[in-house]
Design a protein around this ligand. Sequence first.
Ligand SMILES: Cc1ncc(COP(=O)(O)O)c(C=O)c1O
Length: 399
Amino acid sequence: MTHTNQAFATRSVHAGERAPRGDFTPVTTPIHPSVGYVYDSMDDMDAIFGGQRQGYVYPRYGSPTVTALEVAVAELEGGEAAHAFTSGMAAIHAALLAAGLQAGTSAVAATDLYGATYAMLNQLFPKLGAPARFVDVSDLAAVETALDETRPAVLMAETLSNPLLKVADLPALAELAHRYGAQFLVDHTFASPYLCTPLAYGADYVIHSATKFLAGHGDVMAGVVVTSAENRHKLYELTKLVGGNLGPFEAWLAMRGLKTLALRMRRHCDNALRVATWLAAHPKVARVNYPGLADHPGHALAGRMFGDRGYGGVLSFEIAGADQAAAFRFMEALKLCLPATTLGDVYTLVLHPATSSHRALSPQERAQVGIRDGLVRLSTGIEDAEDIIADLAQALAGE
Ligand SMILES: Cc1ncc(COP(=O)(O)O)c(C=O)c1O
């Protein structure tokens, strides 16, 4: 059931719930761990296997709790259908394959993608015969040149890039991709459907590491791809062969997280803006990357795409003159902000991109992208902003 005339906060509470199931309806979708399903008639089973009837036969083909999550995320992203995976990386891999990246084709992708995505496109796919050209997607002329010269199967970008928080011009990139015959894939993990829905801007595949804001509590790993029903069928056929489907317990946790997505995102955005503003005025901070700051190159574009909803919960900053040791010292001195390798949680988290999320890049590649050793990524939690700032202040005082 879709509720597209309702506000995002309302839909995030109810989306995907209460699928028709007999003579009673649980308010929240139960966890269905069953691997097998039985039907009175083998004809029913046959029709489900054949795709003529909706139903369940085996979890690699789909299962009810996972379907509920898929319906919910598809609804929040304004898509026809979604497919859930065991992780964001599994989702990205499947989406690239479904979009046609295979031997003899190629990709054009943003230079500052999440490290593992960059490595997948820079190392794994080239070995399989599908190379990638990387471009700064904020330079639309460079994107067009790359598309024109390589005629790739896919163009891939992140709405808000990790960890430099560059803003991708989704409508312009979608138009360019389609003009040159490419599918446009958007990793929307940092922004979430709270800020905008890339399908409305022309994207073909919207991908989430649901491990982050969608689930939101740092207790589940999951990935979701939202796309057309036709493309979803390609993902289904693929996972029937290779697996990677999300499990029902994780789907249930992710769905529970979704209900507070609007509340959490509002708070993440408010906290991030306050922290970024404070950091930008700090004498020991050389640079703050946050699109909510008026001097960020993507500020106006983010305003156009996100309206008045905010600029996301993640920022990054460079400690003036800091090398890796100084960045580590700062992170160890924090008492409230947790130096844990994730983002988008209720907890405030810090990470050192050069040695974690972007470790797979060579030092030269990191330098090219602009990820220096003094760079720290901060994902603001939903704590009180003053407490986050006080913790950063005491840790910076030691630098
Ligand atoms: C932007 C982005 N995309 C994808 C991923 C991969 O997601 P997962 O860790 O759920 O596989 C991450 C992980 O940090 C990420 O930050």
